[in-house]
Write a protein that binds this ligand. Structure first.
Ligand SMILES: Nc1ncnc2c1ncn2[C@@H]1O[C@H](COP(=O)(O)OP(=O)(O)O)[C@@H](O)[C@H]1O
Ligand SMILES: [Mg+2]
Length: 335
């Protein structure tokens, strides 16, 4: 089983939207997919039509009680081939409860190992912090996708996240997590600045940036309110096409330069054949409203905060020396 964490300590950059729609797109291609909601806000849970307050068991139980196997927490969704490990607000207590548990960073990975034969790909929706939950996700994963909202603060915190992934790979053997790619989200063609940021990201990070980008569209913002993925909510929409393209990049790996050129020709054709005009302009107007109603970057943290969070989430019990080194290395990372 491949395990892909969707992580960025910033809130509101498109993690949950990416986790849900990528998982649905991968399932639509016939893969057996498990999505783990690792955020106490439970947005992926809600977005997939599961009522978080009425749940018998959630990821919280599987993380804090070794007697509860994750297989007993898994529930169905309205997407064929997609199963969910749900979450709710109780999960916010898990970091504290795990504080004195030896091997607290490894719990999720151990739980997932038990179901690894039943799924092709597991997608983990991380919370907006670099605390113990996200560490669990990174250590349990083979790949990380980092959604990056294309705005002035796009680079903020990215270096810390990339360094953290590298550090834990060394420290938590046999963890083999790698950054699969940075996914540019909330891209807006009409805004020149959006294009500039995109160009800068590609110049700075090169091939690490996915070819596929996710545009800001109202359909993507609406889909969770219908408890559906974009693939069924608006199958003909740009968002559905883009998350399907992302799923293809994830499955097939990166395109060669030659394939990329061919692909660009095709992309132009797709753009030309967009239902565009009326529908699109309508979409764009609403998109502007969406801009204004964006949640503020609650989880946004600068590098220092990230390091502090990691430090704070580590207790000084035996077995913690490993973690302390990690925290120290993270806090030494240049910003
Ligand atoms: N491409 C997009 N276009 C428009 N709205 C989006 C897009 N991606 C996400 N959103 C909306 O922006 C908000 C934050 O996205 P979300 O995926 O929840 O971010 P995160 O999980 O990183 O906090 C949500 O209301 C979501 O519906
Ligand atoms: Mg989220």
């Amino acid at each position: 089983m491949r395990t892909i964490a969707i992580a960025n300590q910033k809130g509101g950059c498109g993690k949950t939207t990416t986790a849900v729609n990528l998982a649905a797109a991968l399932a639509e291609k016939g893969n057996r997919i498990l999505i783990v909601d690792l955020d106490p806000q439970g947005h992926a849970t809600i977005g997939l039509g599961c009522e978080p307050d009425g749940l018998d068991k959630t990821i919280y139980d599987a993380l804090t009680n070794p007697q509860i196997a994750i297989s007993t927490v898994i529930t169905g969704t309205n997407v064929e081939g997609l199963k969910l490990v749900p979450s709710n607000v109780l999960l916010s207590g898990a970091e504290l409860e795990l504080a004195n548990v030896l091997g607290r960073e490894l719990v999720l990975g151990e739980q997932l190992r038990a179901v690894s034969d039943e799924y092709d790909i597991c997608v983990i929706d991380c919370p907006p912090s670099l605390g113990l939950l996200t560490l669990n996700a990174l250590i349990a994963s083979t790949d990380v996708i980092v959604p990056v909202q294309v705005n002035y603060y796009a680079m903020e915190g990215l270096k810390q996240l990339l360094e953290t992934a590298n550090i834990i790979k060394v420290r938590f053997h046999p963890c083999s997590v790698k950054i699969l790619g940075l996914l540019l989200t909330f891209v807006e063609n009409r805004i020149i600045f959006s294009g500039q940021i995109q160009q800068q990201m590609r110049e700075y990070f090169g091939d690490l940036v996915f070819d596929t980008v996710i545009h800001r569209t109202v359909r993507l913002a609406e889909a969770p309110s219908a408890a559906e993925s974009i693939l069924t909510y608006a199958p003909e929409s740009r968002g559905a096409a883009e998350y399907t393209a992302l799923a293809e990049e994830v499955i097939n790996g990166r395109l060669s330069a030659e394939e990329r050129i061919n692909d660009e020709d095709e992309a132009e054709e797709v753009v030309d054949s967009q239902p565009s005009e009326e529908g699109a302009s309508n979409d764009e107007n609403v998109a502007e409203e969406v801009v204004d109603s964006q949640p503020s970057e609650e989880g946004a943290s600068n590098g220092e905060n990230v390091a502090e969070e990691v430090v704070d989430s580590q207790p000084s019990e035996e077995g913690a020396s490993n973690d302390e080194n990690v925290a120290e290395e993270i806090s030494n990372v240049e910003i």
